[in-house]
Design a protein around this ligand. Structure first.
Ligand code: SF4
Length: 587
């Protein structure tokens, strides 16, 4: 049993985007354009070896009929159903442009329809979309074919159409069953309707049903959320995604309709998080990582047990890493060593296609250093451990030399029981699974001399690559001065986090005591002042740049347990040393 306290949550509140995978979308640059992507498509086309590997597809449907006030997604609110037909024509054009380069008949082993609301499309439009995709791609039997479903927009017949079209996974946006909370977020969907749809999905043979929940919404209380959790456990979905709401009305207009006074305070949010972890643990769910839980027999849980878990911009997956073709407004794709993102407005998206261009507006070409870092971070995020030797052999480096500076920082996090270092590798602790940002960020930033020497100027330069925006780091843009500034910033964040100040005598082997948080308080206060001086504001809303990676497809929520719970701690009055127990099933 490990222990997380509100103090611990606050301590590791390091500013940064929601950490979904490496590289984070904030590193994309506008210098990456259509030509760079086409080059990557051509390379795949020319490599026979790659042609045999299946692709993954993401299709973004941006339309929604009504606005949820907590929303931070890329969407278009409209009642005009005819907009979908026009959009489908543009999607078709985009696929044709891609396939013209890629060549016909590529296999697909993974499809995700996200939004927005994919079920904004009528049954006939969904049929048309899938028929179009099947004309260009071969869908492999046994692949993962999933769609996000707004329960308000479907009935049993519509789910039957989704099954008939080959979808085998559904994700229902539930958020909360409480009627008052639903009204406050302008998303009223009776529990009976959700229960009926989940039961219908099971009867129709969908292999996996996911339910999205959000805590920290207006009018939620620990008591009301406990009722929601009891209902979720009764529903028993195969997977649960639990997101934290981050209130950023200056950044996301819909959130201005939420009354800040109705938001739960820090203590309440921490209680809701604690209740959720306990409830899922008692119901037998396995903690997959980040915000995700699954029943032990679900494919994700099985993949985790067998060390076959993967992670990409769509979240955890059982499918091996593969090239991802992204279609639609704001969609993010991966091709070879590149990542790319489409235009975020429908006007820009359609304009580009009208002119015969792919609507790519930014992206990134990974350097060798990026690829090594991605391999390391993904191994830790999916398997929770890595052996230095496996990276040495795969990348022909000496891990300890290459990551000498990073290992130094990780050693400080070891004192906080987030990771364990040994002579042969790194392991994420039970506590570390819930505090991904500190250790992932340490491995993300290229601040070691050895790594800088191996990486391209484009990716290793934090200014060009977008890291300056992410970190708010002062200092010269290049050279040793820059690296010193980065090292200083990491030190300040660790100081703020309390790392490096020694393990509390009462800390357990896998946990951190409540008392330790209190003892580290002065260092944290000092660190916070220093970080604010370095450009990270201490304002409770603006200073917390963690909560949303809006580029992550289809995600309504905020930056994971830690970011949101810690933000909550900062937003509200001081809370007591309330312990949050993580059951062993979640470890
Ligand atoms: S939360 Fe989802 S359904 Fe609601 S407005 Fe945003 S994208 Fe649409």
């Amino acid at each position: 049993m490990s222990v997380i306290t509100p103090e611990l949550l606050t301590r590791f509140d390091v500013a940064g985007p929601r950490y979904t995978s490496y590289p984070t979308a904030d590193r994309f640059v506008e210098a990456f354009a259509e030509g760079d992507y086409i080059q990557a498509l051509d390379q795949r086309h020319e490599a026979t070896r790659l042609k045999a590997q299946p692709l993954s597809l993401y299709v973004h449907i941006p339309f929604c009929e009504s606005l949820c006030y907590y929303c931070a997604c890329n969407k278009i609110i409209t009642k005009h159903k005819d907009r979908a037909a026009t959009y489908l024509r543009y999607l078709t054009r985009e696929v044709e442009l891609q396939v013209a380069r890629l060549g016909p008949g590529h296999s697909i082993s993974q499809l995700h329809l996200g939004g927005g609301t994919p079920t904004f499309l009528s049954d006939d439009e969904l049929r048309e979309l899938m028929a179009m995709l099947r004309r260009h791609f071969h869908f492999v039997p046994g692949g993962e074919y999933s769609v996000e479903v707004d329960p308000r927009t479907v009935d049993e017949n519509r789910l039957a159409v989704l099954a008939e079209l080959g979808f085998n996974r559904l994700s229902f946006g539930v958020q909360d069953f409480d009627p008052a909370a639903q009204k406050a977020i302008h998303r009223v969907q009776p529990a009976e309707k959700v229960f009926a749809m989940v039961h219908a999905a099971r009867a129709l043979g969908f292999e996996s049903v996911n339910v999205d929940l959000i805590y920290g919404l207006p009018l939620q209380t620990p008591e009301s959320f406990a009722r929601t959790l009891a209902q979720v456990n009764e529903l028993r979905p195969d997977r649960i995604a639990l997101y934290a709401y981050a209130h950023l009305p200056e950044r996301f207009k819909p959130q201005r309709r939420i009354h800040a006074a109705e938001l739960p305070l820090a203590g309440a949010k921490v209680s809701m998080l604690a209740q959720s972890l306990d409830a899922f643990s008692e119901a037998g769910y396995v903690y997959i990582g980040m915000d995700h839980f699954a029943l032990p027999q679900d494919a994700l849980a099985v993949a985790k047990r067998q060390g076959r878990l993967h992670r990409n911009f769509q979240g955890y997956s059982t499918q091996p890493d593969c090239d991802l073709i992204a279609l639609g407004v704001s969609a993010i794709g991966r091709m070879g060593s590149t990542y790319s993102q489409n235009a975020k407005t429908i006007e820009e998206y359609c304009d580009a296609l009208d002119q015969g261009h792919l609507p790519i507006v930014r992206g990134l070409t990974l350097s060798r250093d990026d690829m090594i870092r991605r391999a390391v971070i993904m191994a830790l995020m999916c398997q929770g451990q890595l052996q230095f030797e496996s990276i040495n052999l795969a990348w022909l480096i000496d891990f300890k030399t290459y990551f000498a500076a990073e290992l130094q920082v990780l050693r400080a996090l070891q004192e906080q029981w987030l990771v364990r270092l040994s002579e042969v590798g790194i392991e994420v602790t039970a506590t570390g699974w819930f505090f991904v940002v500190p250790w992932a960020w340490c491995l993300t930033v290229t601040f070691s001399r050895g790594a800088a020497a191996h990486s391209s100027p484009r990716s290793s330069d934090p200014v060009r690559s977008g890291h300056a925006k992410f970190t708010g780091i002062d200092g010269p843009p290049h050279g040793p001065g820059r690296r010193a500034a980065l090292r200083g910033h990491v030190r300040r964040c660790l100081c703020r986090s309390g790392a490096g100040s020694g393990r509390a005598p009462d800390a357990g082997p896998d946990g951190i005591s409540a008392g330790q948080g209190a003892r580290l308080q002065p260092a944290r206060r000092l660190g916070r002042r220093q970080c604010a001086g370095a450009g990270v504001a201490d304002d409770p809303v603006r200073g917390h740049s963690t909560p949303l990676d809006t580029s992550s497809p289809g995600r309504h929520g905020a930056g994971g347990f830690v970011a949101a719970a810690s933000q909550a701690t900062r937003l509200a009055r001081p809370v007591g040393a309330q312990a949050v127990g993580l059951g062993s099933a979640l470890s």
